[in-house]
Design a protein around this ligand. Structure first.
Ligand code: BES
Ligand code: MG
Ligand code: ZN
Length: 480
């Protein structure tokens, strides 16, 4: 489906879809008086009141052309969510094809960013591994239009961010055999050229020179060597600092010697979603020429099994000199992030740090699949992030960072241990990371629940969601 803002309505649409607020039906002024009156009567007759998902189709002759109309219930405008918008529009559009004009008496229903993002969201398929004829090609074209003389001809930010969220979903959905650290680095490089930002990739030897021993320990069992990926977008040359982004880049997480059960391993190609997300955020900033600076660091590796791998009981020294007792090789994300956080602090001039990570199963237990857990030492930044998320229907929750959680990751033999047991597992993981930010303003987004849908939800099909890309973009653009 294609979405466009036009200056003036065409004289001939295959369908006109009217998005209706719940309550007494009022025909939009864009309909002729006769047609408006007719549909007002029809709505009354059919008890159409605009409840979410309610749909009413009808056609009439207006003297010149055949007018085919769908009334689509959107519910109360104060209760509208991204999910409701998606469900209502999907239902209304399902049997249609051709040129469709969207209209509404309620202006907020026609928000071009929400519609643009939704259209791209609904367009997404991951079918490259299906050898039969692709669904996409079979579908008949649907061209959605809204009328807005001011926005006409421009591609709304929502559409652009939707396209980029879908690129992120592609990176995540790609199975791990075709998304090794080296391939992820190549993909980042390609995107950096397409969108216009810089990309520098470091190999194993160079990573060792940086002293990123903790990061290397996690990747040491893999036949696919690690890569350190550093991306830089400069939208404001006068400003010397940048927003620092760190993405967890586990191209596969089998758990290592503390091996995962088979079922839990099945989706662990998605353990690089944080990395894909920060790549997407840089694409978005560059595409929209946002006058801000951002740098992203990704420690990409695989956590698998081999004689050369790290073991429970090992002690590794992180780049900042702190020692970590490995009590569980499956708590690997924080070990790689320890060095990625130190790297960005030591080697880059960052004003604040945001890390994005599929870090713990515990955050899924706490918040489920629809809300991202945020841990921060700067509460104001959380408020801004949540505000930025409202525009895109992405939800965030500020999680506790009390001192007791830091006690849980202290080791009797080293400075820290990487795993602290089950209770409050998302918070103890966050406190572990805090040991590596040295007081800089910092937010940690645990996206384990929101990044990937195992079963599919009403809004997301099975697989990668691309969630948080749009919010992080808006946060940097509007608040950083
Ligand atoms: N990659 C996982 C977290 C995860 C779980 C992401 C499920 C997405 C879905 C992470 O590396 C992990 O294994 N965490 C452990 C930590 C524990 C050993 C302290 C967990 O959450 O069980
Ligand atoms: Mg793990
Ligand atoms: Zn992991």
């Amino acid at each position: 489906m294609h979405f466009e803002i036009v200056k003036k309505a065409k004289t001939n649409y295959d369908w006109r879809v009217i998005l209706v607020e719940e309550g007494e039906f009022a025909a939009p002024s864009s309909l002729s008086e006769d047609v408006g009156a007719l549909f007002t009567k029809l709505a009354a007759k059919e008890n159409f009141s605009g409840k979410p998902g309610q749909c009413l189709r009808g056609e009439t002759w207006d003297g010149k052309t055949l007018v085919r109309i769908v009334l689509a219930g959107y519910g109360k405008k104060t209760e509208l969510t991204r999910e409701k918008r998606g469900a209502a529009l999907c239902k209304a559009l399902k049997p249609l094809h051709g040129a469709v004009l969207l209209e509404s008496a309620e202006k907020s229903f026609l928000d071009p960013d929400a519609l643009g993002a939704l259209a791209e969201h609904l367009n997404y398929r991951f079918e490259k591994y299906k050898t039969a004829k692709k669904d996409k090609e079979k579908k008949e074209a649907l061209n959605l239009e809204i009328v807005d003389p001011k926005g006409a001809g421009k591609t709304p930010e929502g559409s652009k961010l939707g396209v980029i969220s879908n690129i992120v979903r592609d990176l995540v959905n790609e199975p791990a055999n075709n998304m090794t650290p080296a391939i992820l680095a190549e993909e980042a490089e390609k995107l950096s050229k397409t969108y216009g930002f810089s990309c520098r990739v470091y190999n194993e030897k160079e990573i060792a020179k940086f002293g990123m021993t903790a990061f290397l320990a996690v990747g040491s069992a893999s036949a696919h060597p690690p890569r350190l990926i550093v991306l830089r977008y400069t939208g404001n040359k006068k400003e010397k600092t940048a927003v620092g982004l760190v993405g967890k880049g586990l191209c596969y997480d089998a758990g290592g010697l503390s091996i995962k059960p088979t079922a839990s391993m099945l989706t662990m190609k998605s353990d690089m979603t944080g990395a894909a997300t920060v790549i997407g955020v840089l694409c978005a900033l560059a595409e929209n020429k946002v006058p801000k600076n951002a740098v992203a660091v990704i420690a990409a590796c695989e956590n698998v099994i081999d004689g050369a791998g790290y073991k429970p009981g090992d002690i590794v020294t992180a780049m900042n000199g702190k020692t970590i007792e490995i009590t569980n090789t499956d708590a690997e994300g924080r070990v790689t992030l320890a060095d990625a956080l130190t790297y960005i602090r030591h080697k880059e001039n960052v004003s604040e740090i945001i890390d994005v990570a599929t870090l713990t199963g515990a955050i899924m237990v706490a918040l489920g699949e629809h809300i991202t857990g945020v841990f921060t030492n700067t509460k104001e930044n959380f408020d801004k992030l949540a505000k930025a998320g409202e525009k895109w229907g992405e939800r965030f929750w500020n999680m506790p960072m009390d001192a007791e959680f830091a006690e849980m990751v202290k080791s009797h033999i080293a400075d820290l241990k990487n795993s602290a047991g089950r209770w409050g597992g998302a918070s103890s993981a966050a406190k572990f990371l805090e040991e590596f930010v040295d007081g800089k303003p910092w937010m940690h987004l645990d996206i384990a629940g929101t990044s990937f849908s195992e079963e599919g939800t009403s809004y997301y099909p099975k697989g990668a969601t691309g969630e948080t890309v749009k919010t992080l973009y808006s946060y940097i653009k509007d608040f950083a």
